[in-house]
Design a protein around this ligand. Structure first.
Ligand code: G3H
Length: 495
């Protein structure tokens, strides 16, 4: 049973607390003397202050991480597994504290925070079980034309080395855990860079892994603005792999600065919903609402546009607007009755969403529902009469806005999806599974969902994006494989 002072070392316990960073051995303040105040999107109050670490401190952290990794990889797998299972247990043990913090820090409705924390514990356990079935293979030379017997390749999986894990604000615990757990299990050490807003939650998660028994230097957590330390971290020669979730623009900038490093990136999406005339309108409407408005549309898998014939959209829209009345309740995210929509991450972000809505309207779109903003709260908004070339569709507007686009034939929908810079997921709604299968093959995206909104889970399914939506594959054993590399040793029989 962990002691009550479990999280004590991570801050000065002031009001508001000044948080420390974790250099792998201890929780310390940065010599920079610079701190970043984290304001709650709910009311602007200061949740705490984060350290802004220096480049020298990053060097120190990474050196410790390099040193510790070799010993960690040599630790028996069954011991690494026990530590990661214990971390999962402690995520659950401290879930109430984590949920309270998460709600306040990123403004996510309490129900969604509960599921973020529970899901993190569940996949942490899942990874720890799954890693035991990851194994290599042996190959014999004489399978290949012209080769006699006599060479045997023993192909095993080894760690990448030091993995830099960069998590986003929308799932600061979950999308940190989805990188940290598989990386540790495969024998890597982890330098964790949490998001700035969401960084406090990231420190709590780091503490949990530390207390679960991850040895000194194997996990570290450095805080600071991405604009100050991001480039230095990703281009650091001692970082062997980068796992990142965030926008496509940032992802591409990181990739350019980390040449030849293995990458596992989950980036932007502007996921489409395609509605066939035979679709079940109630199911479709429910999925569109969930898809477009969960966590105020701040999910890379959110539905951003819906396509169908005019007659289909005319049937669908009233069902969606009616169901929105019971499925969504925009309010303070701390209240249990708030559903899906609290504030977006900042007033500045809300203003950007409002500008995108106004721009679409000035280009001819109509507001069917919502459209207003107050502080960081943006009403769930449906636009109709939207054209696929409008910025509201072609860029990732990270907020509770969905655009309805009329098409004249079903092939146009696939052409529109395939013309986007993003390719994360798409969903289509039809009561004919054959149509679903055939149409799915036309769509150049990571995953196609038939009769469901886009989503990452269940977390043992592969999760990936094409085009500017990402590189590498997350989820279950795919993530474990991605966090390791093949190491063939070839035994040549003496001639
Ligand atoms: O924002 C990106 C997340 O990976 C989306 O995950 O589909 O479970 O909400 P989700």
């Amino acid at each position: 049973m962990p002691a009550d002072n479990f999280f004590e070392p991570i801050s000065n316990n002031g009001n508001p607390p000044i948080y420390r960073y974790f250099n792998g051995a201890s929780w310390v303040e940065s010599k920079s003397g610079k701190r970043i105040a984290i304001h709650s999107p709910i009311d602007g109050s200061v949740v705490g202050e984060l350290q802004s670490v220096t480049k020298e401190e990053i060097d120190e952290v990474i050196a410790r991480s390099v040193e510790a990794q070799k010993k960690w990889e040599a630790t028996p797998l069954n011991e690494r597994v026990k530590i990661v299972h214990l971390a999962a247990d402690w995520i659950i043990h401290y879930q109430d504290q984590l949920i309270d913090l998460l709600v306040r820090e990123v403004g996510k409705p309490v129900g969604e925070c509960k599921s973020e924390i529970k899901r993190t514990a569940e996949f942490t356990d899942y990874f720890a079980d799954e890693v035991q079935s990851i194994r290599g293979e042996t190959l014999e030379s004489d399978n290949f034309p012209g080769y006699p017997k006599g060479k045997t390749a023993i192909v095993s999986r080894v760690a990448q080395g030091v993995v830099l894990a960069i998590a986003p604000f929308n799932y600061p615990v979950n999308l940190a855990g989805s990188k940290i757990a598989p990386a540790l299990l495969m024998g890597n050490s982890v330098v964790f860079k949490p998001p700035t807003v969401g960084g406090i939650s990231g420190l709590y998660l780091t503490r949990i892994f530390e207390k679960a028994g991850v040895p000194e230097g194997v996990i570290t957590c450095v805080t600071g603005a991405g604009s100050d330390i991001g480039d230095y971290l990703v281009s650091h020669p001692k970082i062997n792999m980068v796992a990142f979730t965030g926008s496509s623009d940032t992802g591409m900038a990181i990739a350019a600065k980390a040449p030849m490093k293995p990458l596992m990136f989950e980036c932007g999406g502007n996921n489409a919903a395609i509605v066939f005339p035979d679709a079940d309108m109630t199911l479709t409407a429910k999925e569109i609402i969930r898809g477009a408005f969960s966590f105020a549309g701040q999910r890379c898998t959110a539905i951003k546009y819906v396509m169908g014939f005019q007659s289909v959209l005319d049937k669908l829209l009233p069902v969606v607007t009616e169901l929105m009345k019971t499925m969504i309740h925009m309010d303070d995210p701390r209240k249990e009755e708030t559903k899906m929509v609290g504030p977006v991450i900042s007033v500045a972000a809300a203003e950007g969403i409002e500008r995108a809505i106004n721009e679409a309207v000035s280009e001819g779109a109509k507001i069917a529902v919502g459209g207003h903003r107050k502080e960081a709260f943006v009403e769930p908004t449906i636009l109709t009469g939207v054209k696929p070339t409008m910025r509201i569709v072609s860029t990732e507007v990270f907020g509770p806005v969905v655009s309805f686009i009329t098409i004249d034939n079903m092939d146009d929908a696939a052409a529109i999806v395939n013309s986007q810079r993003f390719g994360l997921q798409a969903c289509l709604f039809t009561t004919d599974e054959g149509t679903g299968m055939r149409y799915a093959s036309l769509l150049n995206v990571g995953t196609v969902q038939v009769n469901s909104s886009p989503q990452r889970g269940p977390d043992h399914f592969p999760f990936l994006g094409v085009k500017q939506s990402g590189v590498g594959v997350q989820g279950g054993h795919y993530a474990l494989e991605g966090m390791s590399r093949l190491k063939p040793i070839i035994i040549n029989e003496p001639k």
